[in-house]
Ligand binder design. Structure first.
Ligand code: GRF
Length: 201
C-alpha cells in the first residue's frame, strides 16, 4: 500500500483535467488522493463533476473580494489547510496568483499549461502556435513560481501540428495529451520528498 499524498485541485471551469486526476487517483497504487476541489467561481461545471465523484468541494468566489487578491488567497489557503492538503494542482484555474500563495506552496503547487513552455506563455496558445507555423505543439506540467507559466518543468507531452489544423482541432488533440500527462506528472511529484511548507509569509 503506497502512502497517498493529499491533493487539492483548483479550477475555474469545466474541470476535465481535474476529472482525469480524480480517476487516476482511484488506483490503489497511485501515490496521491484528491481530497478537495476548489473553484473561484460557484458556477464552475467541474464542481458538480467532483461532487458526483464523492470529492469534497468548495467555492470561494473571488468577486466579493474585489481588488483584494490577498484576502481571497488567504481564504483559499485556509480551505486547503483545513483539508490537510499537501500538494495543490492548478487545473484551468484562471486567476493570477500573488507571491503570498505561491510562496506558501513552493515546490508543492503544479500547473498544466497548453503549450511546450517556454513557448507560448499566457492565453490563446493554440491559435498562436498555428499562426507561428509551428509543426510541434503540446502541453507542460510545471511547478508554480511567481512569474506566470515560468516555473521548473516537470513533464511535457508533444503533439504534431497538422497542416489543416484549426484552433479547435489542435486544442482537442492537446487536451487529450493533457489528460494523459497530468496524472503522470502528479504521480512523479507525489512520489518525491516534498519541501517543507513555508507558513511564515
Ligand atoms: C486546459 O487546457 C489547461 O491546460 C488550461 O486550461 C484548460 C482547462 O481545461 N490551463 P479543463 O477545465 O481542465 O477542462
Amino acid at each position: 500500500m503506497v502512502t497517498k499524498r493529499r491533493v487539492g485541485i483548483l479550477i475555474s471551469g469545466r474541470g476535465s483535467n481535474m476529472a482525469c486526476l480524480v480517476e487516476a487517483a482511484r488506483a490503489p497504487d497511485y501515490p496521491a488522493e484528491i481530497v478537495l476541489v476548489l473553484a473561484n467561481k460557484p458556477e464552475a461545471g467541474g464542481l458538480a463533476t467532483a461532487a458526483a465523484a464523492g470529492i469534497a468541494t468548495v467555492a470561494i468566489d473571488h468577486r466579493p473580494f474585489g481588488q483584494d487578491r490577498a484576502a481571497h488567497e488567504a481564504a483559499v489557503d485556509a480551505a486547503l489547510r483545513a483539508h490537510d492538503v499537501e500538494i495543490v494542482c492548478l487545473a484551468g484555474y484562471m486567476r493570477l496568483l500573488t507571491p503570498y500563495l505561491v510562496s506558501r506552496w513552493a515546490g508543492r503547487m503544479l500547473n498544466i499549461h497548453p503549450s511546450l513552455l517556454p513557448e507560448f506563455k499566457g492565453l490563446h496558445t493554440h491559435a498562436r502556435a498555428i499562426a507561428a507555423g509551428e509543426t510541434e505543439h503540446g502541453c507542460t506540467v510545471h511547478l508554480v513560481t511567481e512569474d506566470l507559466d515560468s516555473g521548473p518543468v516537470l513533464m511535457q507531452a508533444r503533439v504534431d501540428v497538422r497542416p489543416d489544423d484549426t484552433e479547435a482541432t489542435l486544442s482537442a488533440r492537446v487536451l487529450a495529451a493533457e489528460h494523459r500527462l497530468y496524472p503522470e506528472a502528479l504521480r512523479k511529484l507525489a512520489s518525491q520528498p516534498l519541501p517543507t511548507a513555508d507558513l511564515t509569509s
